[in-house]
Design a protein around this ligand. Structure first.
Ligand SMILES: CC(C)(COP(=O)(O)OP(=O)(O)OC[C@H]1O[C@@H](n2cnc3c(N)ncnc32)[C@H](O)[C@@H]1OP(=O)(O)O)[C@@H](O)C(=O)NCCC(=O)NCCS
Length: 188
């Protein structure tokens, strides 16, 4: 391991600490309007770099977080997938969420689901979490489909994201939950 930190392997992917070389492809995907369709706006280079810095610092600090995801076949950085404690005070805080963002050309072949399964295994198996959640704006069908493939169940109560102003078209969110017992049953 080049940086001494944990590396998680799946059949097609490596989840690992961020490297300087990830910053440019991360900025490119964060500038892609299709990738950022369900976020308030694409990110500038500076905003993208700051986000990569935060992910890197979280992983350096405690060994887990939103991992950089690299395709094993060619070593290409495709985005991030991992576990995160949301900074915003959400109605169901404290919580740990599983989250993902991949470059457009990495969509459509199950990579997000594959990486997220490994992140869930780390969260339940290594960290011993009792529950992992995920949430997104109501219209983000692709993200909701990942949650459903992972066996997460939609909570009856959605929520209004406090970081967005009332009336913002992305403010209404759905919440998906995966209790440890359900994960165990699904993983068996
Ligand atoms: C959300 C996001 C990660 C989902 O990507 P995705 O490629 O649709 O999801 P998966 O990697 O699970 O792949 C599923 C697709 O691959 C197909 N697939 C092929 N092989 C597969 C396999 N082995 N396992 C699972 N799915 C497979 C599925 O049929 C599905 O196809 P579809 O495109 O027809 O729906 C991606 O759209 C993204 O990065 N969006 C922008 C960021 C974002 O919105 N993040 C979430 C904010 S909360």
């Amino acid at each position: 391991m080049d940086d001494g930190s944990l590396r998680i392997e799946t059949p097609r992917l490596r989840l690992r600490q961020w490297r300087d070389a990830d910053y440019a492809p991360f900025a490119a995907l964060n500038a892609d309007a299709e990738v950022m369709r369900y976020f308030p706006a694409p990110l500038t280079r500076a905003e993208s770099d700051a986000m990569a810095d935060r992910c890197r610092a979280l992983i350096a600090g405690r060994g887990w977080g939103p991992w950089a995801v690299e395709r094993k076949l060619d070593g290409v950085f495709v985005g991030f997938v991992g576990l995160h404690e949301p900074a915003a005070a959400l109605p169901f805080s404290p919580c740990v969420e599983v989250a993902w963002r991949l470059a457009r050309d990495a969509w459509g072949s199950g990579l997000a689901t594959e990486a997220a399964r490994a992140a869930l295994a780390y969260g339940f198996g290594t960290l011993g979490l009792d529950e992992i959640v995920s949430f997104t704006t109501l219209d983000n069908r692709r993200s909701r489909a990942v949650m459903e493939r992972l066996g997460m169940r939609e909570d009856a109560l959605g929520f209004e994201h406090p970081a967005l102003p009332p009336g913002h078209p992305l403010r209404s969110h759905c919440l998906y939950r995966l209790p440890r017992a359900t994960w165990r049953a699904g993983a068996a």
